[in-house]
Write a protein that binds this ligand. Structure first.
Ligand code: KIV
Ligand code: NA
Length: 275
């Protein structure tokens, strides 16, 4: 099959076909996930937690992400590869350009960074220099210490408006994709409708253009006993390949996340840790 590109991802949004994105960090899972139909492979800085055993994503370096991106690139069968710019690796435009070069030269087709309006100029300059950018908004784990924990973002009207405005501003600056993490479902749907670019959700309900999950979470492997409540364990059969196919299928038919759980989840979503 032909490789997934930014234009094919955009075409999926236009056709209202859901986009399946998943973290992978090595060659063999990249091969299995891309063969199962996952369109976007993310080398997430969650590798600091699931692979390295840290308590947050803050210790992850550009070299860590570059190494795992190179591993994923070797196994990938045609998916689009997105690599995270880790903690304080894009504080200035110059720093962002140098670190994005490292990740693109390791095999990424796009970089992802966390932020809001403040990353607008960085997004513009990266895009001008040939680097498509995905902006990760909402509950952005690199800011866990600013938020005072892994807390849902955008429940109050002011923060909701800030997130929507930021989405439109980064899109105007050239952002190629948006990831929305742990925001109320209605807000995620509203931003998805307003945005021209694909919006991928995690813990953000069924109204986005696609879903992303952490590989180990969807295979039912809790880290220190913890799996966020929005995660579903797709390893219900006897093979990892079947679990990956089940994930793609559930994203495509929008049976993950289940729309029926919308209201109960919204009411109980206090922090990621207590849902
Ligand atoms: O690092 C990561 O895995 C991520 C996803 C959870 C979106 O950023
Ligand atoms: Na990340």
């Amino acid at each position: 099959s032909t490789p997934v590109t930014l234009s094919s991802i955009r075409a999926l949004k236009a056709r209202r076909e859901r986009i399946a994105m998943l973290t992978t960090y090595d060659a063999i899972f990249a091969e299995a996930a891309s063969q199962a139909g996952v369109e976007v492979l993310l080398i997430g800085d969650t590798l600091g937690m699931v692979l390295q055993g840290h308590d947050s994503t803050l210790p992850v370096t550009v070299e860590d992400i570059a190494y795992h991106t190179a591993c994923v690139r070797r196994g990938n069968k045609g998916a689009m590869i997105v690599a995270d710019l880790p903690f304080i690796s894009y504080a200035t435009v110059e720093q962002a350009l140098g670190n994005a070069r490292r990740l693109m030269q390791s095999g990424a087709h796009m970089v992802k960074l966390e932020g809001g309006t403040w990353v607008t100029e960085t997004v513009r300059r990266l895009t001008e220099n040939g680097v498509p950018v995905c902006v990760h908004m909402g509950m952005t784990p690199q800011s866990v210490n600013v938020f005072g924990g892994f807390k849902v973002q955008g429940r109050d009207p002011a923060r909701a408006k800030e997130l929507k405005d930021a989405a439109l501003k980064v899109e105007a600056a050239g952002a190629a994709m948006i990831v929305l993490e742990c925001v109320p479902w209605d807000l995620a749907e509203e931003i998805t409708r307003a945005a021209g670019v694909p919006v991928i959700g995690i813990g953000a309900g069924p109204g986005t253009d696609g879903q992303v999950l952490v590989l180990h979470d969807m295979l039912g492997l809790p880290l220190r006993g913890f799996i966020p409540s929005f995660v579903r364990n797709f390893l219900t059969g006897t093979s990892i390949q079947a679990a990956l196919r089940a994930y793609v299928e559930a994203v495509k038919d929008n049976s993950y996340p289940a729309p029926k759980r919308k209201d109960p989840q919204l009411r109980t979503l206090g922090t990621v840790n207590d849902v």
